[in-house]
Ligand binder design. Sequence first.
Ligand SMILES: [Fe+2]
Length: 291
Amino acid sequence: MFEEAQYFAPVATTEDGGVVVELSRSHPGFADEVYRARRNAIAALAVNHTVGEPIPAAEYTEQEHEVWASVTRELKIKHRKYATQEYVDAAERLGLPQERIPQLQEVSELLEPLTGFRYLPAAGLVPLRTFYGVLADGYFHSTQYIRHHSVPFYTPEPDVVHEVIGHANALAGDRYAALYRKAGEAARRVETDAALEFISKIFWFTLEFGVMTEQNELRAYGAGILSSYGEIEEFRGMDIRDLDIREMGTTAYDITKYQDVLFRAESLEHLEDVVGGFWDGCDDDSIARLA
Ligand SMILES: [Fe+2]
């Protein structure tokens, strides 16, 4: 997942202590100075945050709360058709606000009593070793900005819609949360960058873009599919392969397009056996033999 660096906008700190998010020319918010100032302010909240302190509230506009409300409404309908039952039940249990963007502190407080997971704010890309490692401690790094309001159903980068609707809903389920923790424990165990990348690819093809058979249909549990208005309608038509650790760990992917290769678990138990089992036992040597 080193490729993921390309889809997070780079964040720079200026000499006077300012924080600047460098949006690319093709970003929908590139020409919107007001949006860009808000992005910088939100990134600064994460840069200045200390673990253990409450996450500072981000300021959002009415238009941005409307983006959240309409995306939530549309995805909820699609989840009934395309998401796994475990995810739908976990989302129900978490009870995210429907009409406004929740603050990350609030998400964290809803989640912690359920599965012990807490949110940490991220300005942009978090180093892989940190991002995965702290999953073992029950921490999830999350961006806090929302996509540009001109294109409510599109984002070139993972925003709070992806992080919260995709990941927090899954993290509210005991069995998915246990898999996130196992990914973290595996990441902590390995020393080589190659092994860490292998683990991150298994994460990508499962907790980000995983699908499984449920009641004879293909359903999604991956956060990337479940938070994407467009991709959720397309995943059933992709190249669907059997869950295979070696193949997932060595298959390349392009983060800038819909994922056209997906791996299907036969059930949640199957996912836990194959992927949970892999994360439980893997180390640098076992991964080197697979890669
Ligand atoms: Fe994600």
